[in-house]
Design a protein around this ligand. Structure first.
Ligand code: DP6
Length: 366
């Protein structure tokens, strides 16, 4: 290793997109290892739009692990960060940078501390799966810095220990998180189903109903559901296993009608188990947002019915923002026109849409 007096810094920067579940993960069987009670399937978004950028640095001058999120220092003492750091360090290898005269051996990593700076190009913790992109990017960039040789599947099992949904962001396209059976979580990993080119006519629009921070974290929300909902067991054991098989088939065949049916039904059932959760309280502003959500659902449902074949699938995560998946560019333009008509800009129901995949569609319709 280089002389301690040489204050060198070695850095790696990575970008990871967020993902949106079409068959939801909700409920853990192990809170520390983050093991889910059911499989889930998601679509990874285009990295150009909703993603996290993380720079990790190592230097002998650093005397503790530190992290800054959006420029503000956050504590790394939480179990989730510690689990990710420990797992990556345990797999670190020799690193050599001849130009800088840096040589770090496997053993050195135990004593070297890292600094991490992370940015999201979208609102943090507003139900846009920021923790998914955040932990996936942290694990991926640390793995690059420390020359970890594991494949993305093994890295996904580490990202999962930061936030369950993060494991799915290690791959593009449609991704399945297999819940696994092992107590140590070794088989609870993400598996790519199809890559981003397989179904590239889909366009994803995120209508940002509210970009404020969520009031209840997914972690505590799903804990309450597992402890108190009478419906969750039926969902996890009976409903989701069948939906996973049907969804995989719909994705393989690019069957948009079945895909829409399953995506909307699963989003609605996820919200049904939330309603079935004791302590599921809404304040006035949340009730107004729920009304807005139902207006979006009703707008999409009516349109799909009037067309005969579904044009758009909707799905909502723990936050109030609508994720709308349109079958192609034509249905996206029509959807945007409808959204602008029903929720006019600068009105009380202005939806600040992110168009993932093709920003020019917003310009097309003025
Ligand atoms: C509704 O992955 O944020 O978005 O594992 O506790 O960090 P933790 O939860 P998180 O939960 C995501 C829940 C969801 C559905 C999904 O993404 O599958």
């Amino acid at each position: 290793m280089a002389d301690e007096s040489q204050k060198w810094v070695l850095m790696v920067t990575a970008q990871t997109p967020t993902n949106i579940a079409v068959i939801k993960y909700w409920g853990k069987r192990d809170e520390n290892l983050i093991l889910a009670i059911n499989d889930s399937i998601s679509v990874t978004l285009d990295p150009a739009h909703l993603c996290t950028t993380t720079t990790v640095a190592v230097s002998p001058a650093f005397n503790q692990d530190r992290m800054w999120l959006l420029g503000k220092e956050i504590s790394l003492s939480g179990g989730r960060y510690q689990n990710c750091l420990r797992e990556i360090r345990a797999r670190a290898n020799d690193v050599e940078d001849e130009k800088k005269g840096i040589k770090i051996t496997k053993k050195d990593w135990e004593n070297l501390r890292v600094h991490v700076a992370s940015y999201n190009n979208f609102p943090t913790a507003a139900g846009l799966a920021s923790s998914a992109a955040g932990f996936a990017c942290l694990v991926y960039s640390l793995a690059k810095l420390m020359n970890v040789q594991e494949d993305n599947g093994r890295l996904s099992a580490i990202a999962r220990q930061g936030s369950g949904s993060a494991c799915r962001s290690l791959y593009g396209g449609f991704v399945k998180w297999v819940m696994g059976k092992e107590e140590n979580g070794s088989d609870s990993i993400a598996v790519p189903l199809v890559d981003e080119r397989h179904w590239d006519e889909l366009v994803i629009i995120i209508a940002v109903v509210c970009s404020r921070q969520k009031e209840t974290s997914s972690t505590s929300g799903m804990r309450e559901t597992v402890e108190t909902s009478a419906l969750i067991e039926h969902r996890a054991k009976e409903v989701v296993p069948k939906r996973i098989i049907q969804m995989e088939e719909a994705i393989q065949k690019r069957d948009f009608a079945t895909f829409t049916h399953l995506t909307c039904a699963d989003s609605n059932q996820f919200h049904a188990v939330c309603l079935d959760t004791v302590n599921f309280l809404l304040n006035v502003s949340q009730i107004l947002m729920v009304c807005l959500i139902f207006r979006i659902i009703s707008c999409v449902e009516k349109w799909n019915r009037s067309e005969g074949t579904p044009q758009v699938a909707y799905t909502f995560d723990a936050g109030p923002n609508a994720v709308l998946i349109a079958r192609n560019r034509t249905s996206t333009s029509l959807l945007l026109q409808r959204l602008l008509f029903h929720f006019p800009p600068n009105s009380e129901t202005d939806l600040n849409s992110y168009v993932i995949g093709d920003k020019s569609l917003m310009e097309d319709i003025g």
